[in-house]
Design a protein around this ligand. Structure first.
Ligand code: ZN
Length: 88
């Protein structure tokens, strides 16, 4: 992780369910690629309501106490890989 990312967290929120989850930006990049955080709004799915329309995604800078007490949702592994074929 780069130094300028220190203390930066990704807040993913479902407006529908009012659920907040914190992710490590580096792990989101591993899953979704190096894309702006805003593009995750239509791509991540809420585990409660199973929709992506209500997802809000933003980067936060946590300082002091906040950065210590934040509980992350960590990447355990990538299970499903979608394989796409194309005829040439
Ligand atoms: Zn939801």
């Amino acid at each position: 992780m780069h130094a300028h990312n220190a203390g930066q967290v990704a807040l993913i929120r479902c407006r529908n369910c009012n659920i907040k989850r914190f992710f490590k930006p580096a792990e989101l990049r591993e899953v979704y690629g190096n894309v702006p955080i805003e593009t995750l709004r239509g791509r991540m799915t809420c585990q409660m309501c199973r929709t992506s329309e209500s997802i809000d995604a933003e980067l936060l800078h946590l300082v002091g106490e906040e950065s210590v007490s934040v509980r992350y949702r960590r990447l355990v592994g990538i299970k499903f890989v979608r394989v796409i074929w194309r005829d040439e």
